[in-house]
Design a protein around this ligand. Structure first.
Ligand code: ATP
Ligand code: MG
Length: 409
């Protein structure tokens, strides 16, 4: 069972109290403080403390260290795992990745190592007091994403922060501070040094929620867009259409497959494969994206008039995503929605469970009838199955007759 949000809060408070009772400093930190001040429900509640990892482990013997060199211990309470991190400062790196070494420190330095002012605050739940060493409250009120300290230096330490800036601006509906924006513009090309997995993780988090069109606009404005995926630099007109498409998608969350497909759907099948490969998408996600892009071209053409095709789409788990993607085609091409509405209604009127019944004729049936398996088999079976879905044949006997006709005996 997934823990409820209140459990996450209760669990972190219990952990925090136990640290306090043992004489340590303990505060809530980062995203949860920001979200509480914005009256949003935090995803998780991270605890920071001046207790060293081994002291945290002594208090919570069943806890385990996650990357103990980073000083983070996972404590389990009420079915929730609470992250307890020791105050630290990150030793700066020059290669744009997260530091390998940490130095334990105090709350002031722990605040300064964080990325953005709105993410750099602490909260003492016992005194009900916000501890703000970085001007986070003012920026929260002004609705601004600003790096803590010199933006160029902070982005140089970790280039992924450039994408995080966009993600938080979108998620919170904040503006990027001009200095922060300027630094991203200068350093955007450095995104290339970040692993594709981490880039996709950020992209997914900004494109699946409703703010996706603004996310794309900001990715363009910051100059990050051409550096997201190797070998993929959409020209201006394509980029404009991506924005129109993202804006036309449903107002709720969308699937990762639909998000990725919206970016590459004007590309060839080969380019779509390269895009997914270069982003290191999973095989399943790659197949889903490739399927959506390949099929969406047909939804608005006469191909969609065939009952068999409609049934095949209906039975596919991504059917609704396909219809959404096809609808955005009407928007980007400024076409009327009339045809789309007709096709979409016809497809949705079909029962997804019975859309693609078992075939009336199989390869075994053909072999039993004395045909030697060969290259023609697959072609014939698929044509016969389509005839079945089109309801031009209805019985195994009809199916065999049609196959015999096609196989020429
Ligand atoms: P979300 O609600 O999306 O999880 P969050 O603020 O909790 O937002 P996390 O990625 O979970 O974000 O990180 C927790 C905190 O750790 C951040 O609020 C920030 O203070 C700090 N942090 C995370 N990633 C970085 C980074 N790359 N550079 C500096 N500080 C970071
Ligand atoms: Mg978080």
């Amino acid at each position: 069972m997934k823990p409820r949000k209140t459990d996450a809060r209760q669990a972190s408070l219990a952990v925090l109290r136990k640290l306090r009772d043992a004489g340590f400093a303990a505060l809530l930190a980062g995203g949860c403080v920001r979200d509480m001040l914005l009256r949003r429900t935090p995803k998780d509640y991270d605890v920071v403390t001046d207790a060293r990892p081994e002291q945290v482990l002594a208090l919570f013997p069943r806890a385990r260290g996650v990357g103990q060199q980073f000083g983070v211990i996972l404590v389990h309470r009420l079915g929730v795992s609470v992250e307890v991190a020791t105050f630290r400062k990150d030793s700066a790196t020059s290669d744009g990745r997260r530091p390998e070494q940490v130095t334990f420190s105090d709350d002031v330095e722990d605040a300064r190592r964080r990325d953005f002012t709105v993410n750099g605050m602490f909260y003492d739940p016992i005194a009900d007091r916000v501890i703000d060493h970085v001007g986070g409250r003012a920026d929260l009120e002004a609705r601004i994403i600003r790096t803590i300290g010199d933006p160029a230096r902070r982005f140089a330490e970790d280039h992924l922060r450039m994408l995080r800036a966009v993600r938080f601006a979108v998620a919170l509906d904040f503006e990027l501070d001009p200095g922060t924006l300027l630094a991203i513009r200068k350093l955007a090309a450095k995104l290339r040094g970040i692993s594709a997995e981490r880039i996709w993780m950020e992209l997914e988090r900004m494109l699946t929620p409703p703010g996706r069109a603004r996310a794309w606009r900001l990715l363009r404005e910051t100059g990050l867009a051409p550096h997201l995926v190797e070998e993929w630099r959409p020209p201006t007109d394509e980029s404009d259409r991506i924005e129109v498409r993202l804006a036309a998608l449903p107002t709720g969350d969308i699937s990762a497959a639909l998000a990725a497909a919206s970016l590459v759907c004007e590309r060839s099948a080969e380019q779509v494969r390269r895009f997914c490969l270069n982003l290191r998408l999973s095989n399943d996600l790659t197949d889903a994206v490739a399927w959506l892009v390949a099929q969406r071209a047909d939804v608005l053409t006469p191909v969609a008039d065939e009952l068999a095709q409609r049934r095949i789409w209906r039975a596919h788990p991504l059917c609704m995503d396909l219809l959404e993607l096809a609808r955005t085609e009407c928007m980007t091409q400024r076409r009327s929605l009339e045809r789309w509405q007709e096709v979409s209604a016809a497809i949705q009127a079909l029962d997804p469970v019975n859309a693609t019944p078992p075939p009336l004729l199989t390869g075994d049936d053909l072999t039993a009838a004395g045909y030697a398996p060969g290259p023609a088999f697959g072609r014939v079976l698929s044509a016969v199955y389509r005839a079945q879905l089109n309801e031009t044949i209805r019985t195994p006997n009809d199916a065999m007759l049609l196959a015999r006709e096609m196989l020429g005996s």
